[in-house]
Design a protein around this ligand. Structure first.
Ligand SMILES: C[S@@+](CC[C@H](N)C(=O)[O-])C[C@H]1O[C@@H](n2cnc3c(N)ncnc32)[C@H](O)[C@@H]1O
Length: 248
């Protein structure tokens, strides 16, 4: 029964991705060498990958807005223990938090209830995700959420503006991970923290496609290169790493 449920979960996630591949990485033609592009290589790999590689990892396609139903599924709390994830962040009422790749705002609105004296920047690259979040904001009394249209290389937030950055199941989709981390580094306050949530690549029992998972080793390698150090990896979520990075 357990394995049947897992298989169904993988199939559903796979279907959502197949239906909703969105490529935001087509501005650099494969094989063309640009000055900043030397850190990336191009080779056909996983069918769910964009054929672009960074530090030995193939980047995954962006999950399209058609997957909103999956992000908002009621089973998510049980499957991913999202309340526990937020308690791992020790959110203060005055915190300014950037949720990068916020999607439909699953974590945004939960965090906004805690940051009563702070602010949540909900950043996403798909305008449809911002429309979904803005309509929730319009239908409620929420005043502390600001939606921001992000870019492929920038989170579009000002320097030294955030206490915490949350990224849930998104980093592996960034088509320019090095540039995105440089942009996050600028926006983060010196004592700030990044909470990187990724499905555990080391664990074959996690019912998610390999390209949508990450190992701690790979994440640490990429974040180290960007000037961050892994403070700890909290091992209390059923499927995901909860890695906390700080500035070196
Ligand atoms: C798998 S969804 C996760 C959404 C949300 N974090 C959640 O857990 O419900 C990944 C999201 O990241 C967004 N995304 C991908 N690349 C991005 C980028 N460079 N900047 C901002 N958002 C990005 C996608 O549009 C998508 O909404």
């Amino acid at each position: 029964m357990f394995y049947m449920k897992k298989t169904i979960a993988v199939m559903c996630f796979g279907l959502i991705l197949l239906r909703s591949f969105v490529s935001y990485a087509q501005d650099i033609p494969i094989g063309k060498s640009e000055q900043f592009d030397a850190i990336y290589t191009y080779e056909k790999g996983d069918p769910n990958g964009i054929g672009k590689w960074y530090m030995g990892r193939e980047i995954a396609y962006v999950m399209g807005y058609q997957g909103i139903g999956w992000l908002e599924r009621t089973a998510r709390e049980k499957e991913e223990k999202t309340t526990r994830l937020l308690s791992n962040m020790y959110i203060d009422a005055a915190d300014v938090i950037a949720d990068i790749g916020a999607g439909s705002g699953y974590h945004v609105f939960k965090m906004a209830r805690i940051t009563t004296k702070g602010l949540i920047y909900a950043v996403d690259i798909q305008p449809e995700m911002l429309i979904a979040m803005n309509s929730k904001i319009a239908d409620s009394a929420i005043k502390n959420v600001e939606t921001i249209l992000g870019g492929e290389r920038s989170i579009n937030l000002s320097e030294n503006s955030v206490d915490k950055v949350l990224m849930v199941d998104v980093y592996h989709e960034f088509s320019y991970p090095a540039e995105m981390l440089a942009s996050i580094k600028k926006a983060l306050k010196p004592e700030g923290r990044i909470f990187l949530i990724e499905y555990r690549g080391e664990d074959i029992s996690v019912p998610i496609k390999t390209i949508h998972k990450m190992t701690e080793k790979q994440a640490e390698k990429e974040f180290e290169a960007a000037g961050f150090v892994l403070e700890k990896n909290i091992d209390n979520l059923p499927w995901q790493h909860c890695m906390i990075f700080k500035l070196k």
